[in-house]
Design a binder for this molecule. Structure first.
Ligand code: KG4
Ligand code: ZN
Length: 332
């Protein structure tokens, strides 16, 4: 079985083909970072237009790289949500149209579920259900209990900004450009003082929920108090990153204690942060699994893989309409 996956929910156009063993036959990824950088964030209409420009060439390249013809595909998976409505429609329209023309199944994929499932690709991890998952991306921050394919319980989530969003906004305040996460990580590494006096939001709250909006404001206010030299900027980036990773760490530890589950997957764009990866090595009573670096941020492989799992389980319904779900709960 060969499954083609298409990702177009935000600012990356990703296309990949995998076979039933999970082997990646080919993958292509185009990032729109340069397009959005001058605006300091993703401009939805520009994103949609760029997906339209890039998706067909990427599809062709992906098929060529795998030495496959369209008629050799067995299913098409595409991100149906959550994400930007126009951007999602590009992948959904292309995916559905190819599936209809070839008379093969199309599989709408939940973007966050694809992030959550992608560590299964590395069979050395021994990952199996049930497990806990910390999902940290530009749009979502959640602790999820993953019971089985398609069976997820959200135990806690952000009440305001997602972690990635907070990284991006703080980076904008510090004039570090877009996307903010990698820029803050790089700058934090240059901190000499290792300043670590920022608050850990909702740490003492009994829930597993998060809040990062106040921390973002705190960071800006603290930055304004400094002379805004390069050294001080690095210290602010470090203090912010420490506060975020520590808060995530603390809530995950609590989730492990509450559920008794001993495996934690950390996935989504922010899971690429090396400070976070280092911190989570200290997590007691749990095996922590991260996706390989290039699969942390958005890509077509994770969509193809999630689609493959649904295809193998026979869990998909054919559809005769092109539908996307910009807001889509993982529990639905
Ligand atoms: O999963 P993703 O690629 O797209 C969404 O589904 O949103 O995540 C993108 C987010 C952005 O906010 C970006 O700043 C953040 O992940 N990110 C990072 C790092 N790399 C990407 N945040 C912190 N450290 C990083 N190294
Ligand atoms: Zn994502």
């Amino acid at each position: 079985m060969k499954v083609l996956g298409i990702e177009s929910s935000c600012d990356e156009t990703g296309v990949a083909i995998i076979d039933e063993s999970g082997k990646i036959l080919s993958e292509r990824l185009y990032s729109q970072i340069e397009l959005h950088a001058e605006y300091g964030g993703v401009v939805p209409e520009l994103a949609s237009r760029d997906h339209i420009r890039k998706i067909t060439p990427l599809l062709k390249e992906t098929l060529e790289q795998a030495n496959l013809g369209l008629d050799e595909l067995d299913a098409i998976a595409y991100t149906a949500g959550p994400g930007l409505v126009g951007a999602l429609f590009v992948g959904a329209s292309v995916g559905q149209s190819i599936a209809w023309s070839l008379d093969i199944p199309s599989i709408p994929v939940h973007h966050m579920e694809a992030h959550l499932l992608v560590p299964f690709l590395d069979q050395d991890t021994g990952l199996c259900f049930p497990f806990l998952c910390l999902l940290v991306s530009g749009g979502h921050t959640m602790i999820v209990q993953a019971n089985a394919l398609g069976d997820y319980q959200v135990l806690g989530q952000s009440r305001d900004d997602a972690v990635g969003e907070a990284f991006d906004k703080v980076a904008k305040q510090l004039d570090l450009g877009y996307p903010g996460g990698p820029a803050i990580e790089k700058l934090a590494k240059q901190s000499l003082s290792n300043r670590d006096d920022f608050p850990r939001p909702m740490k003492d709250h009994p829930s597993l929920d998060f809040s990062f909006s106040g921390l973002k404001t705190h960071t800006l206010l603290e930055y304004k108090k400094t002379k805004q030299t390069d050294e001080e900027k690095a210290d602010i980036a470090y203090a912010f990153q420490q506060a975020v990773t520590d808060t995530l760490f603390f809530k995950c530890q609590k989730a492990i204690e509450q559920t008794g589950l001993d495996t934690l997957v950390v996935a989504g764009g922010v899971s690429a942060n090396r400070g976070l990866r280092e911190k989570f090595k200290q997590l007691a009573h749990a095996n922590v699994i991260f996706p390989e670096m290039k699969l942390c941020t958005d890509n077509g492989v994770m969509i193809a893989y999630a689609g493959l799992q649904y295809a193998l389980a026979g869990k998909f319904a054919g559809t005769n309409e092109i539908k996307v779900y910009p807001r889509w709960s993982l529990q639905q």
